[in-house]
Design a protein around this ligand. Structure first.
Ligand SMILES: [Zn+2]
Length: 111
């Protein structure tokens, strides 16, 4: 009897959101989301009108934009669910407090 277990892709946790703007896409011929807010009101997601249409993530309590863009809304929601977006905001907050006298390699404001 085989004991090989089927490896399953880990389930991704996504922040629950409400889409606040969506428009029909001329290329895909379907409606696509362009902005959203998290249901807890902490995060605002905005699709950028530029090559690749990345998503920017805004931390509303601080007004800080996360230093890394996401490729899709799902990816952006994953970043806010898994804590990486908040870690980036905390890094930028520390920068604003002047705690990065020596350059922090993870900080978008230092680079
Ligand atoms: Zn910094």
């Amino acid at each position: 009897m085989s004991t090989a277990a089927r490896t399953r892709k880990p389930r991704r946790t996504l922040t629950p959101v409400t889409v606040t703007a969506s428009y029909p896409s001329f290329r895909a011929g379907r409606v696509e989301a362009w902005s959203a807010v998290s249901d807890d009101g902490v995060w605002a997601y905005e699709r950028l009108e530029m090559s690749g249409t990345p998503w920017s993530i805004l931390h509303k309590p601080t007004g800080i934009e996360v230093g890394t863009w996401a490729g899709t809304l799902s990816e952006a929601r994953e970043m806010t669910a898994n804590g990486s977006a908040l870690a980036d905001v905390e890094l930028q907050t520390a920068h604003q407090r002047g705690e990065h006298a020596e350059r922090d390699p993870g900080c978008v404001k230092c680079s």
